[in-house]
Design a binder for this molecule. Structure first.
Ligand SMILES: Cc1cc2nc3c(=O)[nH]c(=O)nc-3n(C[C@H](O)[C@H](O)[C@H](O)COP(=O)(O)OP(=O)(O)OC[C@H]3O[C@@H](n4cnc5c(N)ncnc54)[C@H](O)[C@@H]3O)c2cc1C
Length: 525
């Protein structure tokens, strides 16, 4: 064989994605957008999904990055809102996380999407030194968004163009409808082929690479490259290629969710423009408002509570409107694969890993890794080992970063009303990386130096909201020169208060804006 023919034989001309949940269709969209829109004949992309195995169908909260992805993939915001029953999400309101609940008087803080305002003065250190003791919360001193959420307002006006806002936002959405919209976009606009078939077996080449899928309905489907989006079972990477799973349940204890959907009391009931996360004795409850219904779930550790008791606590949280509603029990595997790209196979979505949905990281990580795969996709198998090595390192950094951040919510809590909360703060359950950071932040507030990696999913601003929302005590031994300008700092805070008042007077109620979008749509960019 001539050298040229040999290198031709390594070209990747056929990609098959297995799985039609949000991860599979996100992968299909990103790969097609990058590979097919430039050179439609260079490669063929096919998505194979079972008609019999349902998608997980939960995953209703996203973060602001989803706006960029929708825009990049050519999906209009109006179309997305209408087709996915989507509403706006401006952050998460954490109820009863910081300390034991007091009857009738829940404590809460917001982790909002708008970053704290910046200035050449160290505003966080200034807040710690001069303002915190007056009882003004961190979020309300440095951002306008907590008050927008508390007032039940939308982050934009009907006249604000698509994907723009007075405050930053992501979405709440119906996960099953989102998969369907992504499928329509990938097939109709981007040229992805779609096959319904159950994969029954997988064949390999002598070198261990995957050769083909054996299906009952469509016979053998071969390809040069495979993307495993088969959910928790990880059919290709986990079961066939035997890439081990790194279990992280000794750090993050929750392992089940029980979910219920309920209608609103009436068609004018307010829709929260943030996720509400309420801590309970052995886990926490998510409460997400879509246009016609709320999706509510109790995420808990089965080592500390029975499934029956967990469901009862969820029903107690919701009240009588849940009396006739069916519940769904969802087991969860917490951790990630030792490698995400092995030989000619990459796993995305739940097949890659999963961490409890406290900060809605599922879609965020899967969207980011699908984009990274698409942008770095090799044209030849000869380039694969180096790209795979880098991909594996970067995705592992992202997962460890997510695990540290989620664990921080438990470590910072002062709750001691159950073994679940006490055990969560046991030293041996806390990753060293997080322990070191928390030790450092006892003496100085977090700074950009603590977040050197571009692949950290959660950064300085996210930690600031959580630390100071949960009343973390930073005892600064010295105050930087950048804080010495009291007048200037005071002026910044006064400006933020004025901006907040302006926003609260101008912005519409969240439900009113959603109704208007159904009537008129948003202006295209
Ligand atoms: C309780 C819970 C709450 C969550 N909340 C959030 C949240 O708020 N925000 C967020 O971003 N994420 C959340 N997630 C994560 C979210 O659900 C996932 O990101 C998302 O749904 C991706 O799922 P998936 O596509 O990987 O897998 P699935 O949805 O499980 O899809 C698997 C696909 O593989 C196919 N398949 C499986 N076996 C075969 C076979 N043999 N042959 C052919 N096809 C096959 C199935 O038919 C299906 O199409 C949550 C997850 C859980 C468990």
């Amino acid at each position: 064989m001539s050298p040229q023919t040999s290198s031709q034989s390594h070209l990747i001309k056929k990609i098959v994605i297995v799985g039609g949940g949000t991860a599979g269709w996100l992968a299909a969209n990103h790969l097609a957008k990058n590979l097919l829109t430039q050179a439609p004949d260079s490669v063929e992309i096919t998505l194979v999904e079972s008609a019999n195995i349902p998608t997980i169908g939960v995953g209703e909260g996203t973060v602001p990055m989803m706006r960029q992805s929708l825009q990049h993939l050519g999906i209009s915001e109006t179309e997305f809102i209408l087709e996915c029953d989507a509403t706006f999400k401006q952050g998460i309101k954490f109820v009863d996380w910081a300390k034991n609940p007091t009857a009738g008087k829940p404590s809460y803080y917001h982790h909002v999407f708008d970053y704290p305002q910046t200035s050449d003065i160290d505003l966080t250190a200034y807040w710690l030194k001069n303002i915190k003791q007056n009882g003004s919360s961190y979020v309300d001193t440095l951002s306008i968004q907590g008050r927008i959420c508390d007032a039940g307002l939308a982050p934009k006006l009907i006249t604000t163009p698509e994907f723009q806002g007075a405050a930053s936002y992501g979405y709440h959405l119906d996960a099953i409808k989102f998969s369907a919209l992504l499928a329509k976009n990938a097939v109709n606009k981007l040229g992805v082929k779609h096959i319904k078939a159950d994969v029954k077996n997988i064949t390999q080449h002598e070198n261990g690479e995957i050769k083909s899928l054996l299906t009952l309905d469509q016979g053998e489907i071969s390809a040069d490259f495979f993307v495993d989006c088969t959910g928790f079972k990880s059919l290709l990477l986990g079961e066939k290629l035997k890439v081990p799973f790194k279990d992280k349940s000794d750090t993050l204890f929750v392992d089940h969710a029980v979910a219920i959907q309920v209608p609103y009391e009436d068609e004018n009931s307010p829709i929260a423009s943030h996720t509400i996360s309420t801590a309970l004795k052995t886990g926490w409850v998510w409460d997400i408002g879509l246009k016609e219904r709320r999706g509510i779930g109790h995420v808990y550790s089965s080592a500390y509570v029975s499934h029956e008791q967990a469901e009862q606590e969820l029903r107690d949280y919701i009240g009588p409107i849940a009396d006739d509603a069916n519940s769904r029990l969802i087991p969860m595997k917490i951790g990630y694969r030792e490698k995400f790209w092995h030989k000619n196979c990459v796993a995305l979505g739940l097949a890659q890993g999963f961490v409890e949905p406290l900060e809605a990281t599922g879609l965020l990580v899967f969207d980011a890794t699908a984009k990274m795969l698409a942008e770095q996709f090799p044209s030849s198998k000869l380039d694969m080992p180096l790209i795979a090595k880098q991909f594996n390192q970067r995705v592992a950094v992202s997962w460890d970063n997510v695990i540290d951040f989620v664990k921080a919510h438990y470590c910072l809590s002062k709750r001691d009303d159950s073994d679940f909360w006490l055990d969560n703060r046991a030293e041996h359950t806390i990753p060293d990386s997080l322990k070191e950071r928390l030790a450092r932040w006892k003496h100085q507030p977090p700074s950009a130096y603590d977040f050197a990696s571009k692949f950290d999913i959660f950064n300085l601003e996210n930690y600031q909201y959580i630390l100071y929302g949960m009343d973390f005590d930073t005892q600064m031994s010295h105050f930087s020169n950048r804080m010495a300008q009291d007048d200037k700092a005071q002026q910044v805070f006064t400006d933020i208060q004025q901006q907040a008042e302006f926003a609260v007077n101008k912005l519409p109620k969240h439900r009113d804006l959603i109704n208007k979008i159904y009537q008129h749509g948003l202006q295209k960019l």
